[in-house]
Design a protein around this ligand. Structure first.
Ligand SMILES: C[S@@+](CC[C@H](N)C(=O)[O-])C[C@H]1O[C@@H](n2cnc3c(N)ncnc32)[C@H](O)[C@@H]1O
Length: 261
């Protein structure tokens, strides 16, 4: 692996990052728990969550697996994980691109991080290496495919500008659709995948999640010429209007098991 750490474009010290992650968890945590349960979560499992953000899934896993299971909750920056305190939960700073990862895990969980990493397809095999034989990998990543079909032309232009800005800083919003084939190519067995798209209205928690994120990134998108300022006004108006229903990205969950032999 190259030794250089990748710069994360939305670091934790940005205003509102904790609130943004909490809004994101409100939507993605129930979905993640459902997928983890479906993998056959059992007492005694040794679990690794990477790029854990607020660590809400690690916290749930630790409670769910107590007293015999063990959870390693890791992130590049652990400042948002300081409050976690379960006897069977260990917080570890881990850079996915450079650090040695734990091994022998029954479950490795990664959510909403690969799309941020330029070396994402070098990191995925490292997650598989962290598994014990028979262990399960679950990866959940966004995909902005749905914005190409939006009926509202202004919002379509807004999101296409956002995706182009993201690509200019190394963020790939088409990662979700690539996950199942990538997992299968790494030798995982019983690979499966499911994509879920939230359909939401203005003023809802999902709308606020996107508005907060876009406000924080606005200057880079406008100054770089990716999105004209008037399209931000359109987004603000639509996403505050409870009568306006829309969708943004889909989240692809992909899973598979490391062969026993
Ligand atoms: C969009 S947040 C997602 C957080 C959490 N997985 C969730 O879904 O709520 C991306 C997370 O990836 C972490 N991250 C970014 N680059 C990383 C790296 N090289 N190694 C480990 N974590 C990284 C960030 O610190 C951040 O917590």
């Amino acid at each position: 692996m190259p030794a250089e750490t990748e710069k994360y474009m939305i670091p934790h010290h940005l205003d509102g990052e904790r609130a943004r992650l909490r809004l994101m968890g409100g939507y993605l945590d129930p979905l993640s728990r459902r997928h983890i349960e479906a993998l056959g979560l059992r007492p005694g499992w040794r679990c690794l969550e990477v790029a854990a953000g607020l660590g809400t899934i690690s916290e749930w896993l630790a409670q769910r697996l107590a007293p015999t299971g063990h959870v390693i909750c890791s992130d590049l920056e652990t400042s948002l994980l300081d409050g976690l305190a379960n006897a069977n939960l260990e917080v570890r700073p881990l850079d996915l691109t450079t650090d040695a990862l734990p091994t022998g895990c029954d479950l490795v969980f990664a959510r909403a991080v690969l799309h941020h990493l330029r070396r994402r397809w070098e990191v995925l095999p490292r997650l598989v290496e962290a598994l014990a034989p028979g262990g399960a990998l679950l990866v959940i990543e966004p995909d902005f495919g749905p914005v190409a079909e939006l009926e509202d032309a202004d919002l379509r232009r807004f999101w296409e500008g956002f995706v182009a800005w993201a690509a200019s800083v190394g963020i790939d919003y088409s990662v979700g659709r690539a996950l199942p084939a990538r997992c299968a190519a790494l030798g995982l067995e019983r690979v499966g995948a499911e994509a879920t798209t939230a359909i939401f209205n203005g003023g809802s928690p999902v709308a606020w999640y996107w508005l907060r994120g876009m406000r924080e990134l606005r200057s880079g998108m406008v100054e770089g010429g990716f999105v004209p300022p008037e399209l931000f006004e359109t987004l603000e108006t639509r996403f505050a209007d409870p009568a306006f229903w829309t969708r943004v990205c889909t989240f692809t969950a992909a899973w598979g098991w490391k062969p026993l032999a």
